[in-house]
Design a binder for this molecule. Structure first.
Ligand SMILES: Nc1ncnc2c1ncn2[C@@H]1O[C@H](COP(=O)(O)OP(=O)(O)OP(=O)(O)O)[C@@H](O)[C@H]1O
Ligand SMILES: [Mg+2]
Length: 316
Protein backbone atom coordinates (compact mmCIF):
# COMPACT_ATOMS: atom_id res chain seq x y z
CA UNK A 1 0.00 0.00 0.00
CA UNK A 2 2.82 2.34 0.93
CA UNK A 3 4.49 1.63 -2.40
CA UNK A 4 1.25 2.56 -4.15
CA UNK A 5 1.40 6.00 -2.58
CA UNK A 6 5.06 6.47 -3.28
CA UNK A 7 4.66 5.33 -6.87
CA UNK A 8 2.61 8.47 -7.41
CA UNK A 9 5.93 10.32 -7.35
CA UNK A 10 7.24 13.05 -5.09
CA UNK A 11 3.86 14.83 -4.76
CA UNK A 12 2.09 11.67 -3.57
CA UNK A 13 5.03 10.62 -1.36
CA UNK A 14 5.32 14.05 0.22
CA UNK A 15 1.60 14.27 0.84
CA UNK A 16 1.59 10.81 2.41
CA UNK A 17 4.24 11.96 4.89
CA UNK A 18 2.27 15.12 5.61
CA UNK A 19 -0.88 13.01 6.09
CA UNK A 20 0.82 10.75 8.62
CA UNK A 21 2.28 13.71 10.50
CA UNK A 22 -1.06 15.60 10.62
CA UNK A 23 -2.93 12.49 11.71
CA UNK A 24 -0.35 11.83 14.41
CA UNK A 25 -0.91 15.37 15.65
CA UNK A 26 -4.69 14.89 15.68
CA UNK A 27 -4.44 11.55 17.50
CA UNK A 28 -2.20 13.11 20.13
CA UNK A 29 -3.98 16.43 20.70
CA UNK A 30 -7.23 16.51 18.74
CA UNK A 31 -8.47 19.97 17.79
CA UNK A 32 -9.59 21.93 14.75
CA UNK A 33 -6.12 22.91 13.55
CA UNK A 34 -5.02 19.33 12.92
CA UNK A 35 -8.34 18.54 11.26
CA UNK A 36 -7.94 21.59 9.07
CA UNK A 37 -4.54 20.23 7.97
CA UNK A 38 -6.30 16.98 6.98
CA UNK A 39 -8.82 18.94 4.93
CA UNK A 40 -6.02 20.87 3.23
CA UNK A 41 -4.12 17.66 2.34
CA UNK A 42 -7.28 16.29 0.67
CA UNK A 43 -7.76 19.51 -1.28
CA UNK A 44 -4.15 19.51 -2.52
CA UNK A 45 -4.33 15.78 -3.37
CA UNK A 46 -7.49 16.31 -5.43
CA UNK A 47 -5.94 19.25 -7.29
CA UNK A 48 -2.82 17.14 -7.98
CA UNK A 49 -4.99 14.46 -9.62
CA UNK A 50 -4.76 11.86 -6.85
CA UNK A 51 -7.81 9.62 -6.57
CA UNK A 52 -9.84 8.26 -3.66
CA UNK A 53 -7.81 5.05 -3.79
CA UNK A 54 -4.63 7.06 -3.29
CA UNK A 55 -6.23 8.70 -0.26
CA UNK A 56 -7.23 5.29 1.10
CA UNK A 57 -3.65 4.12 0.60
CA UNK A 58 -2.30 7.18 2.46
CA UNK A 59 -4.70 6.56 5.32
CA UNK A 60 -3.80 2.93 5.54
CA UNK A 61 -0.10 3.72 5.49
CA UNK A 62 -0.54 6.32 8.26
CA UNK A 63 -2.50 3.81 10.36
CA UNK A 64 0.22 1.24 9.88
CA UNK A 65 2.85 3.53 11.28
CA UNK A 66 0.70 4.98 14.11
CA UNK A 67 -1.18 1.93 15.42
CA UNK A 68 1.72 0.07 17.07
CA UNK A 69 2.12 2.82 19.73
CA UNK A 70 -1.62 2.88 20.36
CA UNK A 71 -1.53 -0.88 20.77
CA UNK A 72 1.29 -0.63 23.24
CA UNK A 73 -0.72 1.85 25.32
CA UNK A 74 -3.93 -0.16 24.98
CA UNK A 75 -5.74 2.86 23.42
CA UNK A 76 -6.90 1.18 20.29
CA UNK A 77 -10.64 2.14 20.26
CA UNK A 78 -10.28 5.96 20.75
CA UNK A 79 -7.36 6.05 18.31
CA UNK A 80 -9.37 4.29 15.62
CA UNK A 81 -12.28 6.67 16.22
CA UNK A 82 -10.05 9.74 15.90
CA UNK A 83 -8.33 8.28 12.81
CA UNK A 84 -11.75 7.81 11.19
CA UNK A 85 -12.66 11.45 11.95
CA UNK A 86 -9.40 12.63 10.44
CA UNK A 87 -9.94 10.46 7.36
CA UNK A 88 -13.48 11.80 6.85
CA UNK A 89 -12.20 15.37 7.04
CA UNK A 90 -9.40 14.68 4.55
CA UNK A 91 -12.02 13.35 2.09
CA UNK A 92 -14.27 16.46 2.26
CA UNK A 93 -12.90 17.94 -0.95
CA UNK A 94 -13.60 14.63 -2.73
CA UNK A 95 -17.16 14.62 -1.41
CA UNK A 96 -17.76 18.13 -2.77
CA UNK A 97 -16.24 17.18 -6.13
CA UNK A 98 -18.37 14.06 -6.26
CA UNK A 99 -21.54 16.02 -5.60
CA UNK A 100 -20.59 18.44 -8.37
CA UNK A 101 -19.99 15.51 -10.70
CA UNK A 102 -23.46 14.09 -9.99
CA UNK A 103 -25.08 17.45 -10.65
CA UNK A 104 -23.17 17.82 -13.91
CA UNK A 105 -24.26 14.36 -14.97
CA UNK A 106 -27.90 15.19 -14.28
CA UNK A 107 -27.54 18.42 -16.25
CA UNK A 108 -25.94 16.57 -19.17
CA UNK A 109 -28.81 14.08 -19.15
CA UNK A 110 -31.33 16.91 -19.29
CA UNK A 111 -29.41 18.58 -22.12
CA UNK A 112 -29.48 15.32 -24.07
CA UNK A 113 -33.25 15.07 -23.63
CA UNK A 114 -33.63 18.67 -24.71
CA UNK A 115 -31.44 18.05 -27.76
CA UNK A 116 -33.64 15.09 -28.68
CA UNK A 117 -36.76 17.28 -28.56
CA UNK A 118 -34.97 20.00 -30.46
CA UNK A 119 -33.82 17.72 -33.25
CA UNK A 120 -37.38 16.43 -33.53
CA UNK A 121 -38.60 20.01 -33.91
CA UNK A 122 -35.91 20.95 -36.46
CA UNK A 123 -36.50 17.74 -38.41
CA UNK A 124 -40.22 18.49 -38.70
CA UNK A 125 -39.66 22.14 -39.57
CA UNK A 126 -37.06 21.26 -42.20
CA UNK A 127 -39.27 18.58 -43.67
CA UNK A 128 -42.58 20.43 -43.71
CA UNK A 129 -41.51 23.99 -44.39
CA UNK A 130 -38.89 23.24 -47.02
CA UNK A 131 -41.37 20.85 -48.64
CA UNK A 132 -44.05 23.54 -48.84
CA UNK A 133 -41.68 26.22 -50.09
CA UNK A 134 -40.25 23.98 -52.78
CA UNK A 135 -43.74 22.96 -53.89
CA UNK A 136 -44.56 26.66 -54.32
CA UNK A 137 -41.38 27.16 -56.37
CA UNK A 138 -42.35 24.25 -58.64
CA UNK A 139 -45.75 25.80 -59.30
CA UNK A 140 -44.23 29.22 -60.00
CA UNK A 141 -41.70 27.69 -62.42
CA UNK A 142 -44.42 25.78 -64.24
CA UNK A 143 -46.38 29.03 -64.71
CA UNK A 144 -43.34 30.88 -66.06
CA UNK A 145 -42.58 27.98 -68.38
CA UNK A 146 -45.95 28.46 -70.12
CA UNK A 147 -44.73 31.79 -71.56
CA UNK A 148 -41.35 30.47 -72.72
CA UNK A 149 -40.09 29.18 -76.02
CA UNK A 150 -39.66 25.36 -76.27
CA UNK A 151 -35.85 25.71 -75.93
CA UNK A 152 -36.15 27.69 -72.69
CA UNK A 153 -38.82 25.28 -71.45
CA UNK A 154 -36.18 22.53 -71.69
CA UNK A 155 -33.81 24.58 -69.52
CA UNK A 156 -36.62 25.17 -67.04
CA UNK A 157 -37.15 21.42 -66.93
CA UNK A 158 -33.50 20.98 -65.90
CA UNK A 159 -33.93 23.51 -63.09
CA UNK A 160 -36.97 21.59 -61.88
CA UNK A 161 -34.92 18.40 -61.80
CA UNK A 162 -32.23 20.10 -59.71
CA UNK A 163 -34.87 21.35 -57.31
CA UNK A 164 -36.23 17.85 -56.95
CA UNK A 165 -32.75 16.68 -55.96
CA UNK A 166 -32.51 19.45 -53.36
CA UNK A 167 -35.90 18.35 -52.07
CA UNK A 168 -34.81 14.74 -51.84
CA UNK A 169 -31.59 15.64 -49.95
CA UNK A 170 -33.48 17.87 -47.48
CA UNK A 171 -36.03 15.13 -46.92
CA UNK A 172 -33.25 12.63 -46.29
CA UNK A 173 -31.39 14.88 -43.86
CA UNK A 174 -34.57 15.67 -41.92
CA UNK A 175 -35.33 11.94 -41.64
CA UNK A 176 -31.81 11.19 -40.40
CA UNK A 177 -32.07 14.01 -37.85
CA UNK A 178 -35.03 12.37 -36.16
CA UNK A 179 -36.01 9.34 -38.17
CA UNK A 180 -39.69 8.47 -38.08
CA UNK A 181 -38.45 5.07 -39.31
CA UNK A 182 -36.90 4.62 -35.85
CA UNK A 183 -40.30 5.02 -34.20
CA UNK A 184 -42.21 3.13 -36.89
CA UNK A 185 -39.89 0.27 -37.87
CA UNK A 186 -37.12 0.13 -35.27
CA UNK A 187 -33.37 0.36 -35.01
CA UNK A 188 -32.03 -1.78 -37.85
CA UNK A 189 -34.10 -0.14 -40.64
CA UNK A 190 -33.32 3.33 -39.24
CA UNK A 191 -29.58 2.59 -39.08
CA UNK A 192 -29.73 1.15 -42.61
CA UNK A 193 -31.33 4.38 -43.87
CA UNK A 194 -28.66 6.40 -42.04
CA UNK A 195 -25.70 4.37 -43.35
CA UNK A 196 -27.01 4.63 -46.93
CA UNK A 197 -27.28 8.42 -46.65
CA UNK A 198 -23.85 8.93 -45.03
CA UNK A 199 -22.21 6.51 -47.46
CA UNK A 200 -23.66 8.39 -50.44
CA UNK A 201 -22.88 11.89 -49.19
CA UNK A 202 -19.35 11.14 -47.92
CA UNK A 203 -18.33 8.59 -50.55
CA UNK A 204 -17.53 5.91 -47.94
CA UNK A 205 -18.12 2.16 -48.00
CA UNK A 206 -20.31 1.34 -45.00
CA UNK A 207 -21.12 -2.27 -44.20
CA UNK A 208 -24.02 -3.00 -41.90
CA UNK A 209 -24.58 -6.31 -40.13
CA UNK A 210 -27.78 -6.08 -38.16
CA UNK A 211 -29.59 -8.92 -36.45
CA UNK A 212 -31.96 -7.86 -33.71
CA UNK A 213 -34.94 -9.87 -32.53
CA UNK A 214 -37.86 -7.48 -32.75
CA UNK A 215 -38.17 -4.07 -31.12
CA UNK A 216 -36.24 -2.62 -28.18
CA UNK A 217 -37.48 -0.09 -25.61
CA UNK A 218 -37.77 3.36 -27.32
CA UNK A 219 -35.15 5.08 -25.13
CA UNK A 220 -32.68 2.31 -25.87
CA UNK A 221 -33.35 2.53 -29.62
CA UNK A 222 -32.79 6.30 -29.56
CA UNK A 223 -29.56 6.02 -27.52
CA UNK A 224 -28.16 3.35 -29.86
CA UNK A 225 -29.20 5.26 -32.99
CA UNK A 226 -27.46 8.42 -31.69
CA UNK A 227 -24.33 6.40 -30.86
CA UNK A 228 -24.15 4.99 -34.39
CA UNK A 229 -24.86 8.43 -35.86
CA UNK A 230 -22.06 10.12 -33.87
CA UNK A 231 -19.70 7.19 -34.56
CA UNK A 232 -20.34 7.56 -38.31
CA UNK A 233 -20.02 11.36 -38.19
CA UNK A 234 -16.72 11.12 -36.33
CA UNK A 235 -15.35 8.47 -38.68
CA UNK A 236 -16.34 10.59 -41.68
CA UNK A 237 -15.01 13.86 -40.21
CA UNK A 238 -11.84 12.85 -38.38
CA UNK A 239 -10.54 9.48 -39.52
CA UNK A 240 -10.00 9.57 -43.29
CA UNK A 241 -11.35 5.98 -43.30
CA UNK A 242 -12.29 4.15 -46.48
CA UNK A 243 -14.51 1.55 -44.88
CA UNK A 244 -16.76 1.60 -41.83
CA UNK A 245 -18.38 -1.48 -40.31
CA UNK A 246 -21.52 -1.15 -38.22
CA UNK A 247 -22.67 -4.17 -36.23
CA UNK A 248 -25.90 -4.61 -34.26
CA UNK A 249 -26.35 -7.88 -32.41
CA UNK A 250 -28.41 -9.27 -29.61
CA UNK A 251 -27.96 -12.22 -27.25
CA UNK A 252 -30.11 -13.33 -24.32
CA UNK A 253 -28.68 -10.67 -22.01
CA UNK A 254 -27.76 -7.63 -24.06
CA UNK A 255 -27.67 -5.66 -27.27
CA UNK A 256 -24.21 -5.08 -28.69
CA UNK A 257 -23.48 -2.35 -31.15
CA UNK A 258 -20.20 -1.34 -32.71
CA UNK A 259 -18.95 1.17 -35.27
CA UNK A 260 -15.45 0.44 -36.51
CA UNK A 261 -13.42 2.41 -39.05
CA UNK A 262 -10.08 1.76 -40.74
CA UNK A 263 -8.91 5.37 -40.42
CA UNK A 264 -6.17 7.24 -38.56
CA UNK A 265 -7.27 6.44 -35.01
CA UNK A 266 -6.41 8.70 -32.05
CA UNK A 267 -5.09 8.64 -28.51
CA UNK A 268 -8.21 7.98 -26.42
CA UNK A 269 -6.64 8.47 -22.98
CA UNK A 270 -5.30 11.90 -23.87
CA UNK A 271 -8.75 12.91 -25.17
CA UNK A 272 -10.63 11.87 -22.02
CA UNK A 273 -7.87 13.17 -19.74
CA UNK A 274 -7.73 16.51 -21.53
CA UNK A 275 -9.20 19.57 -19.85
CA UNK A 276 -10.80 22.57 -21.49
CA UNK A 277 -12.33 22.79 -24.92
CA UNK A 278 -13.14 19.57 -26.63
CA UNK A 279 -15.93 18.04 -28.68
CA UNK A 280 -19.16 16.90 -27.07
CA UNK A 281 -19.83 13.93 -29.34
CA UNK A 282 -18.10 11.14 -27.41
CA UNK A 283 -19.09 12.52 -24.01
CA UNK A 284 -22.74 12.97 -24.98
CA UNK A 285 -22.83 9.53 -26.56
CA UNK A 286 -21.41 7.88 -23.42
CA UNK A 287 -23.94 9.70 -21.25
CA UNK A 288 -26.88 8.58 -23.43
CA UNK A 289 -25.72 4.97 -23.28
CA UNK A 290 -25.17 5.09 -19.51
CA UNK A 291 -28.64 6.61 -19.09
CA UNK A 292 -30.13 3.36 -20.43
CA UNK A 293 -27.83 1.22 -18.24
CA UNK A 294 -25.21 0.47 -20.90
CA UNK A 295 -21.44 0.75 -21.24
CA UNK A 296 -19.63 2.52 -24.06
CA UNK A 297 -15.98 1.91 -24.86
CA UNK A 298 -13.84 3.83 -27.31
CA UNK A 299 -11.06 1.61 -28.62
CA UNK A 300 -8.48 3.44 -30.69
CA UNK A 301 -4.82 4.23 -31.09
CA UNK A 302 -2.96 6.32 -33.66
CA UNK A 303 -2.69 4.35 -36.90
CA UNK A 304 -5.05 1.60 -35.70
CA UNK A 305 -8.53 2.83 -36.64
CA UNK A 306 -11.30 3.40 -34.12
CA UNK A 307 -14.04 1.23 -32.69
CA UNK A 308 -16.99 2.45 -30.67
CA UNK A 309 -18.25 -0.54 -28.72
CA UNK A 310 -21.55 -0.41 -26.87
CA UNK A 311 -23.25 -3.01 -24.69
CA UNK A 312 -26.68 -2.40 -23.24
CA UNK A 313 -28.14 -5.09 -20.96
CA UNK A 314 -31.73 -5.96 -21.85
CA UNK A 315 -32.94 -6.16 -18.26
CA UNK A 316 -31.72 -2.63 -17.48
N1 LIG B 1 -13.31 7.76 -35.63
C1 LIG B 1 -12.36 8.65 -35.26
N2 LIG B 1 -11.16 8.69 -35.89
C2 LIG B 1 -10.20 9.57 -35.52
N3 LIG B 1 -10.34 10.48 -34.52
C3 LIG B 1 -11.50 10.49 -33.86
C4 LIG B 1 -12.59 9.58 -34.18
N4 LIG B 1 -13.60 9.82 -33.33
C5 LIG B 1 -13.21 10.83 -32.53
N5 LIG B 1 -11.95 11.24 -32.84
C6 LIG B 1 -11.17 12.28 -32.13
O1 LIG B 1 -11.77 12.51 -30.88
C7 LIG B 1 -12.15 13.86 -30.76
C8 LIG B 1 -13.43 13.95 -29.98
O2 LIG B 1 -14.55 13.49 -30.70
P1 LIG B 1 -15.97 14.09 -30.33
O3 LIG B 1 -17.00 13.42 -31.16
O4 LIG B 1 -16.15 14.00 -28.85
O5 LIG B 1 -15.84 15.62 -30.71
P2 LIG B 1 -15.80 16.32 -32.15
O6 LIG B 1 -16.23 15.32 -33.19
O7 LIG B 1 -14.47 16.96 -32.31
O8 LIG B 1 -16.88 17.46 -31.99
P3 LIG B 1 -18.49 17.30 -31.90
O9 LIG B 1 -18.79 15.83 -31.90
O10 LIG B 1 -18.84 17.95 -30.60
O11 LIG B 1 -19.02 18.00 -33.08
C9 LIG B 1 -12.24 14.39 -32.18
O12 LIG B 1 -12.03 15.76 -32.24
C10 LIG B 1 -11.16 13.60 -32.88
O13 LIG B 1 -9.92 14.20 -32.67
MG1 LIG C 1 -18.02 14.21 -32.94
Amino acid sequence: VKEAVEERGPAGGQLAKEYTSAMKDYLARGGETALQRGYEIGRVALAAGLGVLDMAAMHSSALRSLLPRALERGEIAPVLKAAAEFCTESLSAYEVAHRGFRETKTALRQINEMLEQESKRIAHALHDESGQLLAAVHIALAEVALDLSPALQGRMQQISELLREVEEQLRRISHELRPTILDDLGLVPAVRFLTQGVSQRKGLAIELEGTLKGRLPPLMETALYRAVQEGLNNAARHSGAKTIRVRLEQDAQAVICSVRDDGTGFDVSSFFGKQGQKGLGLIGMRERIEAVGGILQVLSAPGQGTEIHVRVPLGA
